[in-house]
Design a protein around this ligand. Structure first.
Ligand code: COS
Length: 383
């Protein structure tokens, strides 16, 4: 085992222990309070989880994609709400800075993000630009050595806690399409930003998502990500290529958790004089769950190794996100079915996990957008 593989295994087993000892027991209270206790956020910081993807020279752990996936499988076993709190700081909120940011921008923001003191959020989606991200209308108008940003960003995960936003805005007219989009690093304290009250969601209680409104928000020209106009859309797409593998790894962890819930229940619950796990129809459902979770894990491992080898993984990351999150939906549904009426009441974790799982097929690109990306890449390869 290499030094780095050994360190990753150590981190993965520390996270595994933390999940079982601290996070699983805290889940019901997080659901009830719609908040994560400060002591848990402190521990997430101490484990270095806010800076998993950030290179060591900026204070992060500098994990490769494979190593990141390995750790995310473990954290994904707990309610996805915990991962969500540091997810944008490792993922879409930070990847733009890592991929296309200037050295000054990296030095300015990455150490704070890596320590967890500066929460990063990603402002792409708008009221009328969701799947069609290139249709966004937020504008950034150059004014001397500043830009003035105006527009509304929707469903911004962690925005109530964020200190830094990666904001996608038009610097060229609509006709320029995706090439007229630029990215800006906007600090929360900048005048002209307001955060709406957070949404009441179907699940994910404890993770906060809100609209961010920019009204004549003046930022210095140095806030332009990479110092270049017109590259923002590609920055967003490259960030999502990475983030979708991460999200698939979250789905794998959650599949494995839900399967364990199903196995435990099936072994405990007795009907017709024996545990329901003795019945072949229950066994069939459990076997389908295990096969799909195993396939999803293997896909994520392969795609992340390919990414680490420098191979373009746009298609593979969409395949992973599509398959793993759809498998998660089927697994959550089967395990709820195994629980019967008890699956529909709040006594068992499956009722909550089923609601939480539903989001993964929607955010960071719906399943239909993943299908579209996969097919486009296939056709591009064939040409
Ligand atoms: N990596 C690098 N460049 C990419 C890319 C990728 N993964 N995907 C697209 N691009 C480039 C294209 O090559 C094209 O470049 P040129 O202008 O030089 O030709 C440009 O970006 C525009 O791409 P495309 O024409 O494919 O854009 P579309 O508007 O047709 O659609 C989809 C792109 C639908 C894939 C995109 O809008 C998308 O992913 N939507 C979902 C958004 C999403 O996931 N939102 C969730 C919320 S954010 S957490």
């Amino acid at each position: 085992m290499t030094q780095s593989a050994e360190t990753t295994e150590q981190l993965a087993s520390a996270v595994r222990r933390f999940v079982r000892e601290q996070l699983l027991p805290a889940e019901p209270k997080v659901e009830e309070d719609d908040d994560i206790p400060a002591a848990i956020i402190r521990q997430l910081k101490d484990l270095g989880l806010f800076g998993m993807t950030i290179p060591e020279e900026y204070g992060g752990l500098g994990l490769s994609m494979y190593e990141e996936a390995r750790v995310v499988f473990e954290i994904g076993y707990a309610s996805p709400v915990f991962r969500s709190y540091f997810g944008t700081s490792n993922g879409v909120g930070t990847l733009g800075i890592l991929i296309d940011g200037t050295e000054e921008q990296r030095k300015q923001y990455l150490p704070g993000i890596a320590s967890g003191d500066l929460v990063a959020s990603f402002c792409l989606t708008e009221p009328d630009a969701g799947s069609d991200a290139a249709a966004l209308t937020t504008r950034a108008v150059r004014d001397g050595d500043h830009y003035v940003i105006s527009g509304t960003k929707r469903f911004t995960t962690n925005s109530p806690h964020a200190g830094i936003f990666t904001v996608f805005a038009r610097t060229a007219p609509k006709e320029a399409g995706s090439r007229g989009i630029s990215a800006f690093l906007v600090e929360r304290a900048t005048p002209g930003i307001s955060i709406a009250p957070h949404y009441k969601k179907m699940g994910f209680r404890g993770s906060h998502t809100a609209d961010v409104i920019f009204e004549n928000c003046r930022v210095p020209a140095s806030a332009l990500l990479g110092g270049q106009e017109g590259i923002g859309f590609k920055t967003a797409m490259k960030s999502l290529d990475h983030a979708r593998i991460h999200m698939a790894a979250v789905a794998v962890g959650l599949c494995e958790r839900i399967i364990d819930e199903g196995v435990r229940y099936a072994m405990d619950r007795r009907q017709f004089g024996k545990p329901i796990s003795d019945f072949q129809l229950i066994q069939g459902m459990l076997a389908d769950c295990a096969a799909e979770a195993f396939a999803a894990r293997a896909m994520v491992e392969k795609a992340s190794r390919d990414k680490d080898a420098g191979i373009r993984i746009t298609k593979e990351s969409a395949c992973c996100k599509y398959f793993a999150t759809e498998a998660l939906g089927r697994i959550a549904d089967r395990v709820l079915q195994i629980h019967g009426g008890y699956g529909y009441i709040k006594e068992y974790a499956i009722e909550r996990l089923y609601r939480d799982a539903r989001l993964l097929r929607i955010y960071e690109g719906t399943s239909q957008i993943q299908q579209l990306v996969i097919a486009r890449e296939m056709l591009k390869e064939a040409r």
